[in-house]
Ligand binder design. Structure first.
Ligand SMILES: C[S@@+](CC[C@H](N)C(=O)[O-])C[C@H]1O[C@@H](n2cnc3c(N)ncnc32)[C@H](O)[C@@H]1O
Length: 277
């Protein structure tokens, strides 16, 4: 998901126009459908109290940071960190003016913030993308005060809906496009996640998995919304209309089995981990 911020394009699919950069579309489409429901669950588990200091790692367009800011109130502080400047630009422009969230462009593997400066570290659907997960978790622990909490989530294994999409992308667009979808769902083994968090020195590690059911827009809309919200937009822009049409026909036909009342239903397993410094 790096360096996608500069790519802005206009494409028409099925009478609908998709414009804007991937981060803008991520906030417009992905966040309401998937990011916000997941973030509400994550922030509820964090049980933030007024006045606490929270850091949202791999904050993207900032959905978790905004909810955290509401929960800690004006006496608290919230910071968001992400490696992608395009995501951060949307985060900056989306946060309500009353929420004084600080945004930092950096990798989770090297957090440019002082030791023991937060009560809570949150990380939603981000750790799977970080190459050095041990370094990222060690950094999260370093910036937590003694007794501070870590709450993170990661989705996976790949839901059927995304397996269909990844296979169709590989067939119609290019073999390498499926890699992105698979990376999104690459970290989901509860024992592995437990070991990673414990290995970074955290205490009281708890890892649970639960399957959620999310209602998405109709198939042809969700396909293009997702593509235009992610690095897939660049690859899909490089093929001709005919190939994009065959991708859509293939995916929509297979997704019919997942449609209820004209909406596509995503069954996704989410692993939620909590720990203490
Ligand atoms: C699926 S998005 C999740 C964003 C946000 N947490 C949310 O729930 O909407 C994954 C995010 O991880 C970020 N990311 C990827 N590698 C990273 C790294 N090494 N350090 C920090 N952020 C990273 C991406 O830029 C992207 O914004």
């Amino acid at each position: 998901m790096q360096n996608e911020g500069a790519i802005a394009m206009t494409q028409h699919h099925h009478g609908k126009t998709y414009r804007g950069s991937a981060p803008e579309n991520y906030e417009r489409y992905f966040v309401p459908a998937i990011g916000a429901p997941a973030a509400r669950g994550l922030v509820a588990i964090a049980a933030l109290r007024p006045g606490e200091r929270a850091l949202d790692v791999a904050c993207g367009t900032g959905v978790v940071a905004r909810l955290a800011s509401e929960a800690v109130g004006p006496a608290g502080t919230v910071a968001g960190l992400d490696v992608n400047p395009g995501m951060l630009a949307v985060a900056r422009s989306t946060a309500p003016p009353g929420q004084a969230i600080e945004w930092h462009e950096a990798s989770a593997e090297a957090i440019p913030l002082p030791d023991a400066s937060f009560d809570v570290v949150l990380c939603q659907m981000g750790l799977q993308f970080v190459p050095d997960k041990h370094a990222a978790l060690s950094e999260m622990r370093r910036v937590l005060a003694p007794g501070g909490r870590l709450i993170l989530n990661v989705p996976g294994p790949t839901p059927q809906l995304f397996t269909v999409m990844a296979e169709a992308l590989a067939r119609h667009i290019g073999a390498d496009t499926a890699g992105f979808v698979n990376q999104v769902f690459s970290l989901h083994d509860t024992a592995e996640i437990h070991d990673l968090i414990g290995g970074a020195g955290f205490q009281d590690v708890s890892v649970r998995a639960e399957t959620q059911s999310l209602r998405l827009p109709p198939p042809e809309e969700f396909l293009w919304q997702y593509v235009h919200s992610t690095p897939l937009a660049g690859a899909v822009a490089q093929v001709d209309d005919e190939r994009r049409d065959s991708l859509e026909r293939d995916v929509a036909a297979q997704w019919q089995a997942l449609v209820e009342d004209r909406t596509l239903v995503l069954q996704v397993r989410m692993v939620v981990a909590t720990a203490r410094n």
